[in-house]
Design a protein around this ligand. Structure first.
Ligand SMILES: [Zn+2]
Length: 135
């Protein structure tokens, strides 16, 4: 098992794996990984791989982009969608939703089945993988 630290989640994403934590005491899952269980406050966690399948449970179309997203051209004239995905494992994940029309949020349906996708970015020789979801 990889050591549990703040970088582990990103390293796993680079390998195409969605890793969260599972509490050894009560079995509660968390994504992103957490060192302390949100259910029982236990601190004995193990890695748990999520399949990356789920359903859209809420979303918002974002027109005021944070600096990192604005740099990629997102903003008032090019909004993007962030959603809450109800994963098959029973955990909610918050992530960008791609493959939907952010300009027509009325066409995006709650309950749409979603699949994880990895977007790889490279900046200054550092590889960073971002987890997004698409229908
Ligand atoms: Zn627990």
């Amino acid at each position: 098992m990889k050591p549990f630290n703040d970088n582990s989640y990103g390293q796993f994403l680079n390998e195409g794996k969605i890793m969260g934590t599972k509490c050894k005491k009560c079995g509660a899952l968390a994504l992103p990984p957490r060192p302390i269980c949100v259910a029982c406050f236990g601190n004995e966690m193990e890695w748990f791989e999520f399949k990356g399948k789920g359903k859209l449970s809420a979303f918002t179309s974002i027109v005021v982009a944070p600096p990192a997203m604005a740099k990629e051209g997102f903003g008032r004239n090019n909004p993007y969608v962030v959603g809450v995905v109800n994963l098959e494992e029973g955990v909610k994940a918050v992530a960008r939703i791609v493959g939907v029309d952010a300009r027509k949020p009325e066409l995006i349906k709650i309950g749409t089945p979603l699949q994880a996708e990895f977007i790889v970015k490279e900046e200054g020789g550092v590889k960073q993988t971002i987890l997004v979801f698409h229908p």
